[in-house]
Design a protein around this ligand. Sequence first.
Ligand code: APR
Length: 317
Amino acid sequence: MARKKIALIGAGNIGGTLAHLIGLKELGDVVMFDVFGGVAAGKALDIMQSSPVDGFDSHMTGGSDYAAIAGADVVIVTAGFPRMPGMSRDDLLTKNAGVMGQVAEGIKQHAPDAFVICITNPLDVMVWALQQKSGLPANKVVGMAGVLDSARFRTFLAEEFKVSVEDVTAFVLGGHGDTMVPLTRYSTVAGIPVPDLIKMGWTTQERIDAIVNRTANGGGEIVKLLEKGSAFYAPAASAVAMAESYLKDKKRVLPCAVMLNGEYGMNDFYVGVPVVIGAGGVEKIVEVEFTGDEKAAFDKSCDAVKKLVSDFKALGV
Ligand code: APR
């Protein structure tokens, strides 16, 4: 069987990390595209030269010709600009709106059958724009945010409970931003929900509230520390988990930004909800019951995304 082909649009910090992880996991061959073709080609060559040392077979190339992505099974989009200190993800809207149009055209022309994962921020509106402009089916165009947000939540919960990250599950919904909705009721340590762990005296509500707040601002915390650019290791790992579930038909249940068509009472925009990712792309959208507070938080998050979509439309790009 021929190797799978994975195209990376954007060969910056996340793009380079994606290529490295894809190689280490032997998910397939990699084509990197960037407006700076030399950067894409240089990173591809550098990572490929690590393959004899690490023992993986993956052919990697890079450049600035969209024709090279032809026939890709998966396309992961990071093209655009990252945040700098003091910027919110939403501040990137104008800068990255034009980029999405070019990327959508490239994918439509050369890889219309691919499963497309968008990472560029502001995520929920950028993935919507990518789907609308490329015309690809909505079940094949998804946004990476929830896997990252829940990974952050899991990291902090594991630290709090002093247990392995492997035994912590977390449930995060809504838009990728300050309004994201971490559902503690569905977040567990080895199946025991967080509210029960509070009752058991393992932690306190105040400490969980602080963790929820840190999770919602997890990206900003890193932007502030890095001083130039934004997080890239965990975002790349999260997108690779989504790509792997598609390529291997694993049918993992992952929180992803997807187009809602009536689910959760919402229509025609992208927001983060749990979905099953398999060979058919988004195979199922999982609808959970909300409490009144959870519904209010989810609606608020959806309103923030809808506002960004209308701001995007007003740009007329
Ligand atoms: N087409 C292709 N590549 C582009 C384009 C374009 N029109 N415009 C910019 N790029 C490239 C840049 O040349 C750069 O190499 O996108 C790459 C972005 O890389 P970084 O600046 O290192 O940003 P990164 O940290 O990878 O984040 C990319 O993901 O998480 C989001 O907020 C983040 O929107 C940002 C994106």
